[in-house]
Design a protein around this ligand. Structure first.
Ligand code: DGL
Length: 269
């Protein structure tokens, strides 16, 4: 049974989803969260749709056992490949990050003639952002580019490193020219916002969907009457492999100290 006391599950391939968790905790400070990073299978961005869907279903079953009221798929690639399946098969609400990102980019006050999207190979190949943007704003011009090296650079903690700046210039110098908005279509990219903004220039509006996701989650819970009435919520962290490594890298995303538990690889679930 979903109640006000039920936790919210947040799922990502690794620790990039912590950017979304942070926004959720800010917006929904009274909620209890369970974060699951599928570190045994990271990265999702270069995996097939079938593989990512299978991993996402296992994560959802883990959340089902934890009796969550809502699962937030913080990972763009998993949102692309698995959101529909999860929505159809799970007994709780499921929220992805793609639509909130598109909504944020098409916000009334934003210029939206020319929109760029960057993400993993999987997200870009799917064409999902382009399709949704053109459905809502047919006049827009949309272009997309995969920036796969950004993920390991963030995992390494090189969010302001000269190499990261160089990589950003290679990926984005030409790509970003003339854009009105640039959607950060990957969990890790908000950590590189400063570097990306520097290359894209001051006229490009950088869109990070995390806040929009948090606001949608809040609306959803309020409408369902299951928002927590508490003042302060908790958060528990789980990974499918190498908790110590997760802890080390995740400290870039989190200010407080925290514990991480490893869950069985979920292979047989
Ligand atoms: N979480 C992934 C995403 O947002 C990026 C990392 C990965 O490739 O697993 O698409």
């Amino acid at each position: 049974m979903k109640t006000k006391k039920s936790p919210i599950g947040v799922f990502d391939s690794g620790m990039g989803g912590l950017t979304v968790l942070n926004a959720l905790r800010k917006e929904l400070s009274g909620e209890d969260f369970i974060y699951f990073g599928d570190t045994a299978h990271l990265p999702y961005g270069s995996k097939s749709a079938d593989a990512v869907r299978k991993y996402a279903l296992r994560a959802a079953k883990f959340f089902k056992k934890k009796k969550v009221k809502l699962m937030v798929v913080a990972c763009n690639t998993a949102s692309v490949y698995a959101l529909d399946t999860l929505k159809k098969t799970m007994p709780f609400e499921v929220l992805g990050v793609i639509l909130p990102g598109v909504r944020a980019a098409l916000h009334k006050e934003t210029k939206k003639n020319s929109i760029g999207v960057i993400g993993t190979y999987g997200t870009v190949k799917s064409g999902i952002y382009r399709r949704l943007i053109l459905e809502m704003e047919p006049q827009s011009r949309v272009k997309a580019r995969a920036c796969p090296l950004f993920v390991p650079l963030v995992e390494e903690g090189w969010t302001d490193h000269e190499i990261t700046k160089q990589v950003a210039r290679l990926y984005l110098e030409d790509f970003a020219s003339g854009l009105d908005s640039l959607i950060l279509g990957c969990t890790h990219y908000p950590l590189l916002k400063g570097v990306i903004k520097n290359v894209a220039g001051p006229s490009v509006n950088i869109i990070d969907s995390a806040r929009e996701v948090a606001m949608e989650a809040s609306k959803l819970l309020n409408e369902a009457g299951t928002a927590s009435g508490k003042k302060n919520g908790s958060v528990k962290f789980y990974v499918s492999d190498a908790p110590e490594l997760f802890k080390e890298s995740a400290s870039i995303f989190l200010e407080e100290s925290f514990k991480v538990q490893q869950v069985g690889l979920l292979e047989t679930d």
